[in-house]
Design a protein around this ligand. Structure first.
Ligand SMILES: Cc1cc2nc3c(=O)[nH]c(=O)nc-3n(C[C@H](O)[C@H](O)[C@H](O)COP(=O)(O)OP(=O)(O)OC[C@H]3O[C@@H](n4cnc5c(N)ncnc54)[C@H](O)[C@@H]3O)c2cc1C
Length: 500
């Protein structure tokens, strides 16, 4: 045990996009607060937030078909799409504020305009897409979306997908040019550089192993310096567990009653990455399809143009996989050690309920490269095996809990903020819609943990996020204003041709 001990206002555990966002919000709201970060890896944004570990979609519900359900009467419910779009507008506003104040710079390093498209085949799916298009374009948030079932038009939009397409099934797509590709890894690193300049103490190679509440209601963390092996003690008034897949174990260690009865189930992601620059050049969009029947929502297949390190690339996936690890750099014992007396029945109930997911994951794990290429050929009929490699992406730990609607052991696909009754600790669990909604989710953490401060913080929050507290969907003028100002500040008015 080393004799390093410290007391601070805030500790953020993990250096991913969530801690970066919360740290940046807090530094603007209360610059006097002392913040420390502990990250077990050697640098920021190396786990799920890393650019190669996620799909980099700025989720604004412009192309993801799983955010718009078909109701029994045949109409399309766009409620979830509205919520996700509004959340993404909140992120855009905060990133724009950081640029405007020159706290961060070079938005082209982390956000690039790219058309977002949905594509379906078969009469039933085409009819659904048309109805979805009609429902969405009657809403001010989704203006500019186009629809086509004309193969000639589609060949203009997605030449690679339409080339040599033999199927006689009807095919249709929607396209909207205001979509984005976000390099969340770059953004995380840029935000941590900014935090470092604001005197936030960032401790890499430091793993938080345990925590307990002190008598005066603070949190005492046991942290191991992985370089020296020394064990340090750090106390804070507020702790954020932003440890991605590592959050569940730390939440359990905190012992707060709100964390009891929650379990986690890891699902790995795999992408195929194109190694042939000539093929990469022929595609310029994020094209989302429909998930196969029985597949979980995060398995919607998509063909994505990405911009990483100033280079254009092409990814297809995700394929799901199974690994008991909760982090890509985690341990094979993560799943088993997350089962505690307080969640064992919830986990058992989930196991019994999730037979279709288990079956789906087993099938996915067994896929050979050629079988994966067959899936890819549903998008690019001319795809050649030698042009594509497999890329292991991040781990998503889906939350399992008892819910009124789903009963005992229900698998959740969204994110979950868990806080204690006094607002001294918050943990973020789950992974979807993920990094795109980081700012809204961290505002939720602030609202729940700092109710007293929120009143005095409100003017500053409104300066950072002009739409804060307002419904955008009811305020088309505000949508236009925000869209114009954030596009300009984030450099999204760049001609699409210049980023090809
Ligand atoms: C395959 C895949 C595709 C995705 N696609 C998208 C997408 O297209 N768009 C989108 O918006 N989102 C997407 N997501 C979700 C998104 O990546 C995550 O929601 C987001 O990155 C989570 O950020 P985080 O900061 O919570 O976690 P992370 O980025 O995982 O960061 C957590 C950090 O905590 C550290 N840590 C863990 N335990 C400890 C400990 N005990 N002590 C110290 N440090 C610790 C880890 O090393 C890590 O650096 C995707 C995720 C996956 C896996």
């Amino acid at each position: 045990m080393s004799n390093i001990q410290s007391k601070t206002d805030v500790i953020l555990i993990g250096a991913g996009i969530m801690s970066a966002t919360l740290g940046a919000l807090l530094k603007e709201l209360n610059p006097a607060w002392e913040i420390k970060v502990f990250e077990k890896l050697a640098s920021a944004g190396e786990e799920s937030s890393n650019e190669w570990n996620n799909a980099g979609t700025g989720h604004a519900a412009l192309c993801e078909l799983n955010y718009t359900d078909e109701k029994p009467d045949g109409s399309v419910d766009i409620t979830k799409a509205i919520k996700i779009n509004e959340q993404f507008q909140v992120s855009r506003q905060f990133w724009s504020y950081l640029i405007k104040k020159e706290l961060i710079s070079n938005p082209e390093e982390f956000i690039t305009p790219i058309p977002h498209m949905s594509m379906v085949q078969g009469t039933k799916n085409v009819s659904f897409l048309k109805k979805r298009f009609e429902a969405m374009t009657s809403n001010p948030l989704f203006q500019g979306m186009e629809y086509s079932d004309d193969p000639k038009k589609l060949a203009e939009w997605i030449p690679l997908i339409m080339e040599d397409r033999k199927s006689s099934e009807p095919i249709a797509a929607t396209r909207i040019d205001t979509g984005t590709d976000v390099n969340f890894g770059a953004l995380t690193r840029i935000m941590f550089e900014y935090l470092n300049k604001q005197n936030v103490e960032i401790n890499y190679n430091h793993i938080v192993n345990n925590m307990k509440r002190t008598r005066d209601g603070q949190w005492d963390l046991k942290v191991r310096n992985m370089g020296t092996g020394a064990v340090e003690r750090h106390t804070a008034k507020f702790v954020f567990i932003g440890s991605g897949g590592g959050s569940l174990h730390l939440l359990q260690k905190s012992g707060i009653p709100e964390g009891k009865g929650i379990g986690g189930f890891p699902v790995s992601g795999l992408f195929m990455v194109c190694t042939n620059p000539e093929v990469v050049e022929q595609h310029h969009a994020k094209v989302y399809g429909k998930a196969p029947v029985g597949a979980p929502p995060m398995s919607v297949p998509h063909l994505d143009t990405r911009f990483i390190d100033g280079k254009k690339s092409l990814l297809f996936g995700p394929f799901a996989g199974f690994s008991p690890k909760f982090l890509k750099t985690g341990s094979m014992f993560d799943l088993i050690t997350s089962v505690k007396p307080s969640n064992v029945f919830t986990m058992m109930a989930a196991g019994a309920k999730s037979m279709s997911l288990t079956k789906y994951l087993i099938q996915q794990v067994m896929l050979s490269k050629e079988k994966r290429m067959d899936d890819l050929r549903g998008f690019i009929p001319t795809a050649k095996s030698e042009d594509w490699d497999l890329l292991v992406a991040g781990q998503r730990v889906q939350v399992i809990k008892d819910t009124e609607a789903g009963g005992k052991g229900t698998l959740q696909f969204g994110t979950e903020v868990v806080t204690d009754a006094n607002g001294t600790i918050a943990a973020l669990l789950g992974a979807s819609p993920g990094a795109s909604t980081a700012v809204s989710v961290m505002l939720e953490v602030l609202t729940r943990c700092f109710p007293q401060e929120m009143k005095s913080w409100e003017p500053k929050i409104k300066e950072m996020i002009p739409s804060y507290g307002q419904s955008l969907v009811k305020n088309p003028e505000l949508i236009n204003e925000i869209h114009t100002s954030t596009s300009e500040l984030l450099g999204l008015n760049r001609e699409l041709a210049t980023v090809k």
